[in-house]
Design a protein around this ligand. Structure first.
Ligand SMILES: *Cc1c(COP(=O)(O)O)cnc(C)c1O
Length: 427
C-alpha cells in the first residue's frame, strides 16, 4: 500500500468508522495493519510482535497454513446455509470436538455467533431451565465483582457494575446479585474462607430469587486481569448445588489452554459452559454454549419446550470448519508445554518491572502476563512506546498486559517483555 493510499484509508476510517470504546467526534488514533503472519503484525508499515492475540483469539498466530486451508476448503463447498432445518458436516465435526474435549457431563452444544451472544443464550437457558423445573420466580443471577461477560445488555448486567465499562447503565439493566471479588491467587486459606462465608451468606439471603451463578473461572479478564484461587471454584459449585442454581462458567477468555488448563472447567464442572474467542483460532466470530443433559431436559420442560434462540448465522460452516482445524491443531502439539514456556518466560522477564516507580503488581497465569500500575495508563503514550520497541500492546485502565499467540518464539517473547517495560515506563 502506498503512503498516499494509507493516508486516505486512515482519513476515511477516522471520519466514518467506530472502533471499540472510542469516540466518533474525538477518536483516538488507530494504526493501519497491512499484513499479519505468525506472531507478527505489520502496523503502519512496521513489523511488531503481537502481545494481544487479537484479544485472546489468535492462539496459533496469523496466516497459519492449516487454518488458511480449512477456510479455503470449506469455501470450495459452501460458505453458509441456514441452521434451521438443515445441518452440515462442519457443525457436526465441531460438535464432536467440543463434546469430547470438555468435561463429560457437558453433552449439548448451542453454536452462537459471538461471545456476548453465547452469554445471552446461557442466561436465557438458565431462566428457561428454572421455569422448566417449576421455579419461575428464580430470575436473578449471582455473580462476583470484577467480572466481564460482554457488551450486550444482559451481559452488561453481570459485568462489574462499578469498575466495568458499563457503570453508566446502572439502573437500566436487569438487577443481578453481586458478591465480593474472589481473593487474589496467592490468598491464604483464611482469606479464601472469609470470602466463601460472605458469598454463602449472600446466596442464602437471595436463594428464593436466584436462578444461576455466572463467573469467569480462575481468571477474570477484561474486568481487571485478576487470577484467583482454584478453591473458589468448588465454593461456586457447592452453593449452586445447595440452592438449585445453574452454574455457568464463562470461559470465552480462559478456554483453549490460555490458563494452562485446556478448560478451567476440568477442575470443577459447570452446568453450562461458554467458549468463544480462541475457538476459531481468531479467524472468524463463533462461540458455543455447552450444557449438561439435565439442563437441556429442564429447558425442554419449560412452557416453550425449545431453546428460544436461533441466530441467522448460527453454525456458520466457515467458522465451524476453522474451529475444528484450530482445535485439532492445538491438540496435535504440546500446547501445555508451550503455555508453560511462555508463562515462565513472561514471569521471569516481567518480574524486574516490580521495581519501577508506579508499578503496584506483576502477575502471570498460564500464558498471560500482567503489570498493574498505581494510575490509569496513558494509552497513547504506552502504545507509542511499545510500537517503538517493536511490540503491539493495548493497555486498559491501570493494566499493561500480554497474552501472546502460542507460536511466539523465545526471541519474540523477549522483545515483548522489553516492549511491556517500555510501555510501563511511558504510561
Ligand atoms: C470477550 C469476552 C466476552 C464477549 O465476547 P464477544 O465475542 O466480544 O462478544 C464475554 N465473556 C468474556 C469472559 C470475554 O472475555
Amino acid at each position: 500500500m502506498t503512503a498516499l493510499a494509507a493516508t486516505e484509508t486512515l482519513a476515511f476510517d477516522r471520519e466514518h468508522l467506530w472502533h471499540p470504546y472510542t469516540s466518533m467526534t474525538e477518536p483516538t488514533p488507530v494504526r493501519l495493519v497491512t499484513e499479519a503472519s505468525g506472531a507478527v503484525l505489520t502496523v503502519d508499515g512496521r513489523e511488531v510482535v503481537d502481545g494481544m492475540s487479537s484479544w485472546w483469539s489468535a492462539i496459533h498466530g496469523y496466516r497459519h497454513p492449516v487454518l488458511d486451508a480449512a477456510v479455503v476448503d470449506q469455501i470450495g463447498s459452501f460458505s453458509h446455509v441456514m441452521f434451521g432445518g438443515l445441518t452440515h458436516e462442519p457443525a457436526v465435526e465441531l460438535g464432536k470436538r467440543l463434546v469430547s474435549i470438555t468435561p463429560e457431563p457437558l453433552q449439548r452444544v448451542f453454536l452462537a455467533d459471538s461471545g456476548s451472544v453465547s452469554v445471552e443464550v446461557a442466561m436465557k437457558m438458565v431462566l428457561q431451565y428454572q421455569r422448566g423445573v417449576g421455579r419461575p420466580d428464580r430470575t436473578r443471577m449471582l455473580t462476583v465483582l470484577g467480572g466481564y461477560h460482554g457488551d450486550t445488555f444482559d451481559c452488561m448486567s453481570v459485568t462489574d457494575p462499578v469498575g466495568g465499562m458499563h457503570s453508566m447503565w446502572a439502573g437500566l439493566l436487569p438487577q443481578q446479585v453481586f458478591a465480593p471479588q474472589p481473593p487474589a491467587a496467592d490468598a491464604t486459606e483464611a482469606e479464601i474462607a472469609a470470602w466463601a462465608t460472605t458469598l454463602r451468606h449472600i446466596a442464602d439471603q437471595h436463594h428464593h430469587e436466584l436462578a444461576g451463578i455466572i463467573v469467569e473461572p480462575l481468571l477474570q479478564g477484561a474486568g481487571g486481569m485478576h487470577p484467583y484461587p482454584a478453591a473458589c471454584l468448588q465454593v461456586f459449585r457447592e452453593i449452586a448445588d445447595e440452592h438449585g442454581l445453574v452454574l455457568v462458567f464463562d470461559e470465552i477468555a480462559t478456554g483453549f489452554g490460555r490458563t494452562g488448563h485446556l478448560f478451567v472447567s476440568e477442575l470443577v464442572t459447570p452446568d453450562i459452559l461458554c467458549v468463544g474467542k480462541a475457538l476459531t483460532g481468531g479467524y472468524l466470530t463463533l462461540a458455543a454454549v455447552l450444557t449438561t443433559d439435565e439442563v437441556a431436559r429442564g429447558i425442554s420442560a419449560s412452557e416453550s419446550g425449545v431453546v428460544m434462540h436461533g441466530p441467522t448465522f448460527m453454525g456458520n460452516p466457515l467458522a465451524c470448519a476453522v474451529a475444528t482445524a484450530s482445535i485439532d491443531l492445538l491438540l496435535s502439539q504440546d500446547w501445555a508445554g508451550t503455555v508453560e514456556r511462555i508463562g515462565t518466560r513472561l514471569a521471569a522477564g516481567l518480574e524486574p518491572l516490580r521495581a519501577l516507580p508506579g508499578v503496584v503488581d506483576v502477575r502471570t497465569i498460564g500464558a498471560v502476563g500482567v503489570v498493574q500500575l498505581d494510575h490509569p495508563v496513558d494509552v497513547a503514550a504506552a502504545t507509542d512506546a511499545a510500537i517503538e520497541a517493536g511490540v503491539w500492546l493495548r493497555p486498559f485502565r491501570d493494566l499493561v498486559y500480554a497474552m501472546p499467540p502460542y507460536v511466539t518464539s523465545d526471541e519474540e517473547l523477549d522483545l515483548l517483555i522489553a516492549g511491556i517495560g517500555a510501555a510501563v515506563r511511558a504510561g
